[in-house]
Ligand binder design. Sequence first.
Ligand SMILES: Cc1ncc(COP(=O)(O)O)c(C=O)c1O
Length: 399
Amino acid sequence: MDSRPPESPPLDFRRIGSLPPYVFATIDRLKLEARRRGEDIIDLGFGNPDIPSPPVAVEKLREAALNPRNHRYSSSRGIPNLRKAVADRYQRRFGVELDPETEVITTIGAKEGLAHLMWVLVQPGDTALVPEPSYPIHIYAASIAGADIHRISVLGTEGDFYQHLTDTVTNTWPRPRVLVISFPHNPTTTTVELPFFERLVDFARAHGLFLVHDFAYADISFDGYEPPSLLQVPGAKDVGVELYTLTKGHSMAGWRVGFVVGNSHVISALAKIKSYLDYGTFQPIQIASIVALNDADEYIGKVNDTYRGRRDALIEGLNRVGWEVVAPKGTMFVWAGLPEGYEEMGSLDFAVHLLEKGRVAVSPGVGFGPSGEGHVRFALVENEHRIRQAVRGIRQVLE
Ligand SMILES: Cc1ncc(COP(=O)(O)O)c(C=O)c1O
């Protein structure tokens, strides 16, 4: 018998080896250390919604959880009435018709939806186009699925975006298969109007590109602006899908309820892969989500009022202390260029400086990609009183 010790297994984790270290980790670590020292840090870093979920949904969850019939495996595509509730909301909100049977699937939030969607859309050798700067999963969902990534800037004008997109598509071989977009955009808060999507659908058709629109901020907008759905464009379902989530507008982040809607072939492919991977969200959560989708329109209005109040408190405060920032029309973020005199510092060092001297945590723009450098992102997840306190801390730093 061979008495040599067994060799250790090859733990080289090839699939995740290309993932960069989490850029926000530095701020998270410093924040934790400061809190351990007893400092009161105002956390506008992580976009984790703090507004309590709709009471009607919480009550329904409690009731449904008491019923043992709901303790079994559920359906991985989502129970029929939940899919119907999404279709009904799309009809009410956007005038978009969806077949709940074939054009809607439930996901464990938009994030999981996007990750598994990429498993069905791309494979090694394919190219995906993603926004720059970007919410990290927009890049890494396709990357983890093995695709090559090209970044398309969302920072310039619409003309700049199309120029960059056209150049990239025509200069890439094999042609890119997928374009990920997301408006209102995290982190830049960029918004678009319906004609932008009309042009995009034409472009996708002409270049054999499949569109994936992450519509996480569908329900958070201000000053009369109404974010359009990609699916409002006639024929958009032929070339695209959209991700919708209860995380932001319904403030149900921890519940993990999202949807992919649109192209039936892609939805069916996603349903197939998900049938291997999960048994569906806990059924009481699905039942309560139906109530949220059907009965919480007024609640969403209040969520918007709350974020608008915080946005105004932050923008007015920053402008008062000499940091000129433009008010966003959508999302729960403020995207701010580094204040005058701090441009050289870079966004990570500036974020560390704000944390250590002003006791305010923000996300350094560079964490969202190289073109995010020169900016920081504020998440509006503390109340107005705390935001005014944050502005006082910032004033001390800038003085
Ligand atoms: C653009 C975008 N997509 C998706 C998500 C996550 O959504 P979910 O909680 O539904 O996974 C976020 C959260 O910050 C986001 O900003």
